[in-house]
Design a protein around this ligand. Structure first.
Ligand code: NAD
Length: 253
């Protein structure tokens, strides 16, 4: 039997046209949420939404005015946004600090930190006024363990910490805010890194105690749980969904 966790409530999924966001949007739609996918390109976003019976809106999460306008349009069309998956994010191109331009560095911070903040505040202030709501921010295992991604990993560490700070801010207003930290998931950017020889899929599998990558739907299941009433006393946490990667490398001897 399909669980009706959403009960027709509106959830906005940013970065929902691809990868983890799309898989999560699809799962939330199946569990009774009224899903709105937000992403950059209007045609691609509308196409993704049509596949799963969701609505769509194109905006750049790093743009303050576009984000506020998007939220106003969503609420005018669908009613109050009661949940947010602040998931839109970008990986940095390459890992060598000398090859990363400052404009590339700034873009990573603009989307992964400023964009997450804008999405959370734009949705969360409305939730806080109404006295209820749920937010999940996409972090990363690189937020907790250092990686040679000196723009991306700190942006994710800050995003995870922001979930805890906003949980403190809005706890008394009935808004729960949590982070979810995926391990390696075979989405388009990870597949591209594998194809370019920047990541070895066997090494990624070997590093996880479960001996495999994570499926996008498995992140979606964690998000659905954190947004559901089953998680009603959970706020300010960071939930790794990482095939055990953070727990430590598997001993093979
Ligand atoms: P993806 O590229 O498949 O999806 C990301 C989506 O975000 C894209 O559709 C993109 O258009 C959108 N987006 C990017 N910038 C945007 C902006 N400024 N405004 C609106 N939308 C924007 O990548 P993914 O792997 O599904 O990543 C989703 C999230 O998960 C990201 O935050 C990423 O950092 C995080 N993450 C991914 C992995 C992994 O292994 N794939 C691991 C840890 C964390």
């Amino acid at each position: 039997m399909t669980r009706d966790e959403g009960r027709g409530r509106v959830v906005l999924v940013t970065g929902g046209a691809s990868g983890i966001g799309f898989a999560t949007a699809s799962l939330l739609a199946r569990r009774g949420w009224r899903v709105v996918i937000g992403d950059l390109d209007a045609g691609r976003t509308a196409g993704a939404a049509a596949e799963i019976g969701a609505s769509s809106i194109a905006f750049d999460v790093a743009d303050e005015h576009a984000t506020e306008a998007a939220m106003e349009r969503i609420e005018a069309a669908h009613g109050p946004v009661e949940a947010l998956f602040a998931n839109a994010g970008v990986i940095q191109p390459g890992s060598n600090p000398e090859e990363l331009s400052m404009s590339e560095f700034d873009r990573v911070i603009a989307v992964n930190l400023r964009g997450v903040y804008l999405s959370c505040v734009t949705a969360g202030k409305r939730m806080a006024r109404r006295g209820r709501g749920g937010i999940v921010i996409t972090g990363s295992v690189t937020a907790s363990r250092a990686a040679p991604l000196h723009a991306y990993a700190p942006s994710k560490a800050a995003a995870v910490h922001m979930a805890a700070c906003l949980a403190v801010e809005w706890g008394r207003s009935g808004v729960r805010v949590n982070a979810i930290s995926p391990g390696y998931v075979a989405t388009p950017p990870v597949r591209a890194a594998i194809e370019r020889g920047l990541r070895d899929p066997q090494l990624l599998r070997d590093a996880a105690p479960l001996g495999r990558l994570v499926e996008p739907e498995e992140i979606g299941a964690g998000v659905a749980f954190l947004l559901s009433d089953d998680a009603s006393a959970i706020t300010g946490i960071n939930l790794p969904v990482d095939a055990g990667w953070l727990a430590g490398a598997t001993m093979t001897t």
